[in-house]
Design a protein around this ligand. Structure first.
Ligand SMILES: Nc1ncnc2c1ncn2[C@@H]1O[C@H](COP(=O)(O)OP(=O)(O)OP(=O)(O)O)[C@@H](O)[C@H]1O
Length: 502
């Protein structure tokens, strides 16, 4: 039998094929969107700290990845034999096919999402938490957008696999492309011509969607976006004057704004904090110094709940804030966390948001402030740290020093009562250190209470009211810089000299 070219071309105007193609597009999109949404929930369930939730998610993934799709399709389509009430829904091959495909794809896509979620750095979660966002808000605004960007190419690949898998749904009599073809060649025996047309329809669908997704990927790719500078002079003229902080004065009789009592912390049985007591008065600047591994970072992270306490309490603004054994996100913590700001060593800016969006995210969720006035306030704060020109840039378009200045501004727009700095210059190139220290020193003059973990000795001794020296999880010295410099025989002075010559 000769190959019939004329017949082949006629198949490209055959209405049944176009209807079947539309059906395949609908079924594929429904499966993909369903799989992406449900798979995300399943991926989070897989990571749940509750063992039974993560186990249930693991069993689902194992079961539906083990089941051949063909078996699942036939089983779902015939389920009304076992459960007659399901007949109203499952008698439609489209619905039965969509359910079987979604059930199966959810298991595969959950693993793709899990890869994306794992790739988002833990610091992103911590930055959200330090800004007082709830777990749901952190997931929705910070983690999911980043995870989706990471897994988008793999998700697109999965969509293409789904388009081809829809051909299996012909087994339950859904009139998709392959079934239309089968019906034709069993009547006229023109198998090659018909299958060639079937192949062309699939290739057409896949090509169209590949183009669409590739455009989507490009438009979501922030690495390709051009830095958008703004005219700082023009914008500055319209900005509100930020209420200046009161000039600094620390009253020795003032009640502490932050009180740490008998803080204990151990990791894997090794004591890292060994009964720390520290009281911070309003407006005070305290630098925490000490050898590597002495527990400085751990201490600062226990103050805002990024590390749990094994013993002791933290009080903030005269209120209970954190105590050992307290549940994560306990009410006392939730209602006060926004009053405590945190600047991280690794900046932890949100890479999918512009500088301005980084600043606006948390206040927008916490305060009932008009969007426009919040925007003006954030721009004014950026101006204060010398970053106004860069408001529309993304973090990857900034130097380390610039990123840290944005991170400081992001903390300050929350109007915290106390700001914690965890080695704010340790991740910077030496030539960038001073620009960040200058910003902190300026803020110090405005009466913002600060607790700074630092290795910058000159800076610590210049701006601090008190310097705390930690060793082996204990506070060995807590005194004014001038008093410490008099302790000539104390090993703190050897430590300071060692740091200066390092
Ligand atoms: N999440 C963790 N799990 C296990 N051990 C940890 C963890 N975090 C810190 N440690 C350990 O606790 C000790 C104190 O660490 P920490 O980071 O608080 O010290 P540090 O004084 O800030 O040091 P550096 O100046 O080098 O940053 C170290 O021995 C460290 O290995």
């Amino acid at each position: 039998m000769q190959f019939d070219w004329h017949y082949l071309f006629s198949l490209f105007t055959f209405a049944d094929f176009w209807h079947a193609s539309w059906l395949v597009v609908q079924l594929s999109l429904l499966t993909w969107v369903g799989g992406v949404v449900l798979g995300l929930g399943l991926a989070f369930a897989r990571q749940s700290p509750r063992r039974w939730v993560s186990q249930a998610a693991a069993v689902y993934i194992w079961l539906f990845r083990s089941l051949p799709l063909l078996v699942l399709l036939i089983f779902i389509f015939n389920l009304p034999q076992m459960i007659p009430a399901s007949g109203a829904l499952l008698s439609s091959p489209f619905i039965a096919g969509a359910i079987a495909l979604i059930l199966s794809e959810t298991a595969y896509i959950a693993e793709i999402h899990r890869g994306g979620l794992i790739s988002v750095q833990r610091g992103q979660y911590e930055a959200g938490k330090a800004l007082g966002l709830g777990n749901g808000q952190i997931r929705l605004k910070i983690i999911i957008p980043q995870a989706l960007r990471i897994s988008l190419p793999t998700l697109v690949n999965e969509f293409i696999t789904i388009v081809k898998m829809t051909s299996l749904v012909s087994v339950i009599s859904l009139s998709e492309i392959l079934m239309v073809g089968e019906r034709l060649y069993t009547e006229n025996f023109k198998v090659m011509e018909t299958l060639l047309a079937v192949a062309c329809y699939y290739v057409l669908i896949v090509t169209l969607f590949e183009r669409l997704f590739s455009w989507l990927e490009k438009s979501l790719d922030i690495q390709r976006r051009q830095p958008a500078m703004i005219d700082a002079e023009q914008v500055r003229a319209t900005l509100p004057a930020l209420v200046p902080g009161t000039r600094r004065s620390v009253s020795p009789s003032a009640k502490p704004i932050l009180e740490l009592s008998d803080i204990h912390k151990a990791f894997n049985g090794k004591t890292v904090l060994n009964g720390i007591n520290l009281a911070v008065r309003p407006g005070e600047i305290i630098s925490i110094i000490g050898p590597s591994g002495s527990g400085k970072t751990t201490l600062i992270r226990t103050i805002n709940g990024l590390e749990t306490l094994d013993g002791g309490t933290v009080r903030l603004l005269g209120n209970d804030f954190i105590e050992a054994g307290q549940a994560e996100n306990a009410l006392a913590w939730r209602s006060n966390i926004t009053k405590l700001g945190m600047v991280f060593q690794g900046f932890n800016l949100f890479p999918h948001k512009t500088v301005l969006e980084n600043l606006m995210l948390a206040p927008h969720l916490h305060f009932e402030e008009q969007r426009e006035s919040l925007k003006q306030r954030c721009l004014a704060m950026l101006d204060k740290v010398g970053m106004l020109e860069h408001a529309n840039k993304y973090p990857h378009q900034l130097s380390g020093g610039q990123q840290q200045r944005v991170a400081i501004a992001r903390t300050l727009v929350m109007r915290p009562s106390v700001v914690l700095f965890d080695e704010p210059t340790s991740a910077l190139d030496p030539e960038r250190v001073s620009e960040v220290l200058d910003v902190i020193a300026r803020l110090a003059q405005e009466g913002i209470t600060m607790l700074i973990v630092t290795h910058e000795m000159k800076f610590a001794f210049t701006i601090s009211d008190r310097v705390v020296f930690m060793e082996h999880g204990n506070i060995e010295v807590d005194a004014a810089p001038s008093a410490i410099l008099q302790m000539r025989e104390h090993r703190i002075n050897r430590f300071i000299q060692d740091m200066a010559t390092a």
